[in-house]
Write a protein that binds this ligand. Structure first.
Ligand code: PL4
Length: 400
């Protein structure tokens, strides 16, 4: 018989989001009359807006015609790669530095294969669980050690440091996962902070994996929407991004990664060339239909729809944050991000999760699920229908 992959055995718990779904199901089973509202998983709820949807429909129609049919498009449509470079990066990157993906999470997994089991990892704590769990699966954990993984350095992001980590903790020659606007805290790093991150990474020989999946929620014009607004970033950063949240493509599946040709290993070899090799070997490209939708999302009309959709979710975020603040609960996030990070000092976050579910029939996400520094926090997601969010806020105000 084959033996179990020890990397899987190294995982310390199940994946967070299925665990939330399981607890919701268990609660529903024992409370059949409860009208449960989810402010838990960050899953989009609103229909794709008409212009972008027409792009998807047109993509499907074209596939049924001899002149419009297309098959494999491994690295993605050239037109979409060009459009991404021009819309998000001022045309700074050539199309062979922009790789179309089936979503940011999928590319993060492939990046973990790229960097392999010898990589030293640094993550913001708390952070999107895929950075740690995926690294463990790729063998980068280096074994289990007490409350953490040897080989993975947690960078605490707490109220005391304004949710921006102490960069001195970043190990030399490591892969640094950094997410801004942040999931789960909702904090957005400012220009000075990102400049310090880039400077530190260059000095220490690190590569930043910058997750900008929520960049379209930024409303404060002084806040960088991409790491490449920072000088020197093309020497030390890969950026992953996604159409999931801004265009409602969580189910459609479309994203991209930027891997500049200026990125090098210690040996001087090209990271871009290796990424091309990985992508070409274990990925067969994003759906052509999704890519046509992505093209529509990035023209003038599509960008207006992205603004409208993200404004809608930010409206939800304001309602949730106002409701929590009215209860005297300290919160951050929700202004340039769809997540609100609420503090329940001295409390266990799974216990608070259970209390909110029990008293309000509202599903949230316990902060401890995102890392040790998430203890005593709850993440509220602003993805939901407006009527559900309003009802959830009423229940929180009345019953919490
Ligand atoms: C539940 C920082 C959500 N099943 O859709 P993708 O793959 O382009 O993007 C996923 C993603 C990437 N980067 C960040 C994210 O927060 C997310 C989505 N996170 C959440 O509630 O934290 C959805 C989670 C989904 C999952 O496991 O990703």
């Amino acid at each position: 018989m084959i033996t179990r992959n020890p990397c899987i055995a190294n995982l310390k718990a199940g994946y967070l989001f299925p665990e939330i779904a399981k607890r919701r199901r268990e609660y529903a089973a024992s409370h059949p009359d409860a009208k449960i509202i989810s402010l838990g998983v960050g899953n989009t709820t609103e229909p794709i807006l008409p212009h972008i949807n027409a792009g998807l429909t047109e993509g499907a129609r074209k596939l049924g015609t001899i002149e419009g049919y297309s098959g494999y498009q491994d690295e993605g449509m050239a037109a979409l790669r060009e459009k991404i470079s021009s819309v998000f990066y001022g045309g700074k990157f050539s199309i062979d530095e922009v790789f179309i993906s089936d979503g940011a999470k999928c590319d993060i997994g492939r990046l973990q294969i790229l960097f392999g089991s010898n990589a030293k990892i640094a993550v913001q704590d708390p952070s999107y669980p895929v950075y740690v769990d995926g690294s463990v699966l790729a063998g980068a954990a280096g074994g289990w050690e007490g409350t953490g993984y040897a080989g993975i350095t947690y960078l605490p992001c707490t109220a005391e440091n304004n949710f921006f980590p102490n960069l001195d903790l970043i190990p030399q020659n490591s892969i640094v996962y950094f997410c801004s606007p942040n999931n789960p805290t909702g904090a957005v790093a400012n220009r000075a902070q990102l400049s310090a991150l880039v400077e530190t990474s260059v000095k220490k020989g690190c590569i930043i994996v910058f997750d900008a999946a929520y960049s379209e929620f930024i409303r404060d014009p002084s806040l960088p929407k991409t790491i490449y607004e920072i000088e020197g970033a093309a020497q030390c950063a890969i950026e992953v991004n996604s159409f999931s949240k801004p265009a409602g493509f969580t189910g459609v599946r479309l994203g991209w990664s930027v891997v500049p040709k200026t990125l090098k290993y210690a040996s001087g070899e090209s990271i871009n060339a290796d990424w091309n090799r990985i992508a070409g070997t274990i990925f067969n490209g994003a759906s052509n239909v999704a890519q046509e939708g992505g093209l529509a999302a990035l023209d003038d009309e599509g960008l207006k729809e992205i603004r409208k959709l993200t404004d809608f979710y930010l409206g939800n975020a304001k309602l949730i944050r106002d409701a929590l603040v009215s209860l005297g609960i300290k919160c951050i996030g929700g202004d340039n991000s769809p997540y609100i990070w609420a503090h329940f000092p001295g409390r266990d976050s799974w216990e608070v999760f259970a209390e909110i579910l029990d008293k309000c029939q509202v599903v949230t996400t316990p902060g401890a699920g995102f890392g040790p520094a998430g203890q005593s926090f709850i993440r509220f997601s602003a993805f939901g229908h407006r009527a559900d969010v309003e009802e959830a806020c009423k229940r929180l105000e009345k019953k919490l």
